[in-house]
Design a protein around this ligand. Sequence first.
Ligand SMILES: C[C@](O)(CO)[C@H](O)COP(=O)(O)OP(=O)(O)OC[C@H]1O[C@@H](n2ccc(N)nc2=O)[C@H](O)[C@@H]1O
Ligand SMILES: Nc1ncnc2c1ncn2[C@@H]1O[C@H](COP(=O)(O)OP(=O)(O)OP(=O)(O)O)[C@@H](O)[C@H]1O
Length: 285
Amino acid sequence: MYTSEKAPAKINLTLDALRKRPDGYHDLEMVMTTVDLADRIDLMDLPYSGITLESTSGLVPQDERNLAYLAAKLLQQKTGIDRGVKIKIYKHIPVAAGLAGGSSDAAATLRGCNRLWNLGLSLEELAEIGAEIGSDVPFCIYGDTAIAEGRGEILTPILSPPSCWVVLAKPTHGVSTGDVFGKLQVDRITTHPNTGAMIDALQANSYENVIANLGNVLEPVTIGLYPEVYKIKQKMEQFGADGVLMSGSGPTVFGLVRKESRAKRIVNGLRGFCDQVFAVRMLGV
Ligand SMILES: C[C@](O)(CO)[C@H](O)COP(=O)(O)OP(=O)(O)OC[C@H]1O[C@@H](n2ccc(N)nc2=O)[C@H](O)[C@@H]1O
Ligand SMILES: Nc1ncnc2c1ncn2[C@@H]1O[C@H](COP(=O)(O)OP(=O)(O)OP(=O)(O)O)[C@@H](O)[C@H]1O
């Protein structure tokens, strides 16, 4: 048996940190949505408990350290199933970019193996298993748009943003999520995003109010480490993006625009200035 799963990237329309927890994680409040930039995960059933993994990208581990491998292994352990899987990752999402690429691969592997091995687990059960792999995995199990709280695993689905184009620009370097959170001083945050106003904007299907309420408390932290992120933000604004924000812990910056022609203009303007640039649609609209 063989199956193929799409593993889309996410962006954070808002990201707020409320407190640092005794376990070292932060309690967050975020609005996340999926965009049409995706890895593809091909999965082939093996009649014994082995797992093999191959990726088209040399930038991700090709062994048991890969989050997709970890996902398949964890699913075997949780269910006691005596079957294995051959995993092939066609990597399109930039790595260590703040776009949850690895988390989405893990989530797609959980969904795909659940089908391949006829496990009959619900999405809720898969999300619970996924939370052991990473904070973004539960969101990636469901996709679409959600409010995420706690470590990121407490999810409430919400209407997706109005239809628009998303320009994604990633600087050359990647960012370690742990390093960025490690430098965040929650009691020194000066501007918190207005999560409630973003939720209202989505419920009202108001593009203007989505733009007006974009915010991410990790952005100044990452800019402090990599000032290039700020330069990309400025360039996107100059080239005509309606709203611009860093996604997750960065360093990818996204810009929202209504028209494809404007998105293409921004992509052309940024090409040569940063490593990877894409113009994609929002998903789930
Ligand atoms: C920044 C976001 O992408 C926003 O969606 C996520 O919060 C990060 O999710 P992720 O990459 O799945 O992160 P994890 O692998 O769970 O955690 C990596 C590291 O980030 C920090 N971390 C992560 C999530 C969280 N709520 N608080 C944290 O402080 C911790 O130091 C942790 O060791
Ligand atoms: N399948 C995978 N795809 C991408 N990275 C992976 C994968 N498996 C393991 N990794 C490792 O995980 C690290 C983070 O990669 P990833 O692309 O998921 O970061 P990210 O987009 O910043 O994630 P997030 O937005 O969830 O913080 C990288 O250092 C990479 O080597």
